[in-house]
Structure formats: structure tokens, C-alpha cells
Design a binder for this molecule. Sequence first.
Ligand code: AMP
Ligand code: MG
Length: 524
Amino acid sequence: MKLQINDTFNKELPADNNRKNTRRTVIEACFSYVTPRIPSKPVLVHASEEMIEAIGLQSTNKSSSEFLQIFSGAKVLKGTEPYAMCYGGHQFGHWAGQLGDGRAINLVEVIHNDQRWALQLKGAGETPYSRSADGLAVLRSSIREHLCSEAMHYLGVPSTRSLSIILTGDQVMRDMMYDGNGAFEKGAVVCRVAPSFIRFGNFQIFAARNDSKNLKVLTDYTIRHFFPNIKEGTQEGYAQFFKEVANRTLDMVIHWQRVGFVHGVMNTDNLSILGLTIDYGPYGWLEGYDSKWTPNTTDKDQRRYQFGNQPGIALWNLVQLGNALVPLVENTETMQMTLDHFKIAYEKKYLEMMCRKLGFQMDKEEDQLLVSELVKLLEVTETDMTIFFRNLAIVNHDTKIEEGIDFLEPVIEAFYKPEELTKEILRFWQEWFVKYTNRLKEEQRSDAERQNNMNEVNPKYVLRNYMAQMAIDKADNGDYSLVDELYQLLKKPYDEQPEYEQWFAKRPEWARHKVGCSMLSCSS
Ligand code: AMP
Ligand code: MG
């Protein structure tokens, strides 16, 4: 296989001296060497053509036995030394100590077209960081990770990518609802791809252990390779690094709020230092717009990671990262300023983003009220976020907004139960639409231009929870056609794609309470 190998993480950073694959505490090291488990019968489920090419392979490669062997973990590429990373993290607000790659094994870094890519297998067996778990992954969660990471990329949301899903041929025991009803499921391995998989938690683990020496080594490495505009090894550089991470994290979260993505487990070990969406577990997509919604059953009481909390949690996580970096800087004032600025910057960027969704070229302070009133109204009765914003583009400044329900015609498809729109609720909508259409009169551009711009930020197709579940159910029976259909569909989420119109629809009623379609557990 012709990959341009260029390993840095396991060449420039300190390794764990112990090469045994036993579960343990690992100190003064960024990673431990570990060899992937050999699967009994690897079978390709799906591969992303674009990622194949991005890493410097050709699409024909995906049918080769070498591709299957390397990306299932059966064979280690010559000259490479796979490893699992050591990191810690705050889980649900509490410091959890050492976590690490419990089921992720980094294979290699490659460079293609001047872009560095780290390739990592998820589900390829236990590592020193597996704690009490098995290091494996099942087909169901692997399809969700593969499809969603690619879909996010095409939506313009910074994300880790996915090269392939390969069935291992082995059975994996999972108790999906944690209710004592365990069952065997098909095992699978996803090959994830990103410039780097370093997380907030990689820095936190050294800080927690008062290991400033390795904290500095890791931070300098990260700056050198991924923040080339920053000078490594300087006080100002570290503060600037923190600021850049905060900016990227903010951008990522704004995108999540724009498309209605709920990560579900925003622990500090699941936040990428590059501001990429990472670790697709019990994530979900808003269908009915609901700030309080979380797909994660583990979080259903506390709702720490609900849709509306994501920006606040991003800041909370940045505070933890900032604390971890404190040993590197004498004067923390600049870092404090970064944190203080986050909230203001968020408000500004959020307004900008919502105004783009509403079709306003420039945002004005007064638009804030229009946005907050809309968000409230969307929650009064169940209203599909994706359909509402996509169809809103049809409304223009001359649309007649009169008493009754007719004025809602362009967006009526978004309402799950139009019969719940009482006279009073309709009156609120009417008032809102009067203000909205008046506001549209201020736009200095043609309707067509405005509509085009709206359609560039309001996707027509997202990976609704039930869609992924349908692909999973078919794939479980050996039919991977829907995995590919959704993959193709989600490559152009902003295009009309009339041939796929069936996926521009509200969640069907059967999916409302079906496991995998509404709520998900962390079991994967
Ligand atoms: P998560 O919240 O899913 O990101 O996982 C938290 C920690 O648990 C990370 O260190 C994971 O690597 C580890 N982990 C999750 N699932 C497994 C598994 N099946 N086997 C081993 N480690 C796991
Ligand atoms: Mg994780």
C-alpha cells in the first residue's frame, strides 16, 4: 500500500516503557505501544471514496485484501508502531483520572497534498487504557460514527473523518439499555481520520499529575505541528494557543447549534484540541426544536449536555483546559481574558449565525429579539428544525400575513401536529411573521439571492436519528445499500436532490420512541 508515512506523535513524544498489553496506570508518557487484535473474518461494510483519496490511496484500493487487513487491524503496516494515547478527563463534571484510548489504536500518520492525517482504528481490541471494558465496538455504533462524521464534514462542521467500516466477524456482547438483557452483536472496526486525535484530556492528565515537563513537551508538539502561526516554547505562545483553541471550539459549537447537532457526551476527553467534533457516541439531531433535548439516556435526568447547554459546556471545558495549562504560564491574565471573552464572542457569533439562517445579510442588535422569540415559538408545539428553516426561504417580504393559518403554509410541513396550533399560538406566529416579513424588506438583495444564501446554511438533509437506525437494521441483515445511500445523500446536504426527497421529512411516528431513533445509551 502506497501511503506516505510520516509519524510524529510516537516519534517525538515520550512512550510508555512497558510494552505489555495490560491495563494499568501509565505515567510520564503520552502513549503506549499496542498491536490491534486480529479479527476472525474481516468484511468491508463501507468506505468513504473521498477519504481514500485524501490519504493518498485510490478508490480501487478499497477492494484489495491489503486494505481490509490494514484497516481491520489484521496486519500492521511495515515500519509503523501502533499505539494508544494516554489522557484523562472530566466526565459529567467530575474529574475521572486516567481514561485514554480504551478501544482506539492509532496506526500511522500520513501526508498527502501537504495535509497530515492520523489514521486510527476504533474497536480493534483492548489497550492498557481499556479499564473494565473490552476494547471492541459493534456494527450499530460504527455505522453511526462513520456516517455522521462524514455528514458533518459535508455540512461544513469541523469534524474527525471516517475512512471505513469493517466487520470483524466476531461477536461482541452488549447490554444496550443497561437492563440486564445483554445480547451478542456483530463486531466492527471504524478507521477514523483526523490531523490529530489529541484532546483536552491529553493535557489535563499531565497537569493532574504535576508533570509539567511532559505537559510542556506535549503542548510544544501540538503547537509545532498544528498551530504553525504560534511560536512554541514561549509564554505568549501558550496563551495564544489557548486563545486559538477557544476560538476553534466556539466555531465548532456555533456550527452544532446551526445544524441542530447534539453531541451527547461533551466530557473533556471528548473535546478535540483542534476544535473538531470527535467521538460520535450517543449523539443525535434535533427533530422537534427543543433546547432541552439530549439523546443520551445516561444524561436524561441531569441533562448536562442538552442542546441549549452546549455553548456553556464548551466554556466549562475550556476552563478545565486553561487550568491544565496554567503551569506553563507565569501570567494568566491573557488566558483569563480569553475565557471572559468567550461568552461575548458566543453571543455575537450566535446572532450572526441565526441571522444568516433567517436570511439577513447583516445582523442588527434588534434582530436578537426576533431570534429569541422564534426559538420560543419553535418550542411551543413540536416543530421540525430542519424543515422549518429550509422552507422559511420561501417566505418573502410580500407574503400575506393575515389572521388564520394560511400564512404558515410555506412552513406548515415542519409542524408535527398542526392541530395543536390553537388560535392563541397562531396569533403569536402571526405577530412574529409580520415582524419577520417587515425585516425582510430591509434586505438589499433579490429574493433569489437571499434564498440561495439561506439554503447554504440551512441544510435540507441531516442524519436524522431514525435514518441511521434504518441503515443499521438493514446492515445487520447483510444489506449495506442504505449505508451507501445515506452516505451519498449526506455528501450534498444543502442541495435539493429531488431523487432523495423522501428523506426531507419529519421523523415518522414509529420512530418516536424506538431505541436508537430517539434516545441512545452509551453502549457501543
Ligand atoms: P467515551 O465516553 O465513550 O468517550 O469513553 C470514555 C472512556 O472509555 C475512553 O477512555 C474510552 O476509550 C473508554 N471506552 C469506551 N468504550 C470502551 C470499550 N468498549 N472498551 C474499552 N474502552 C472503552
Ligand atoms: Mg471518548
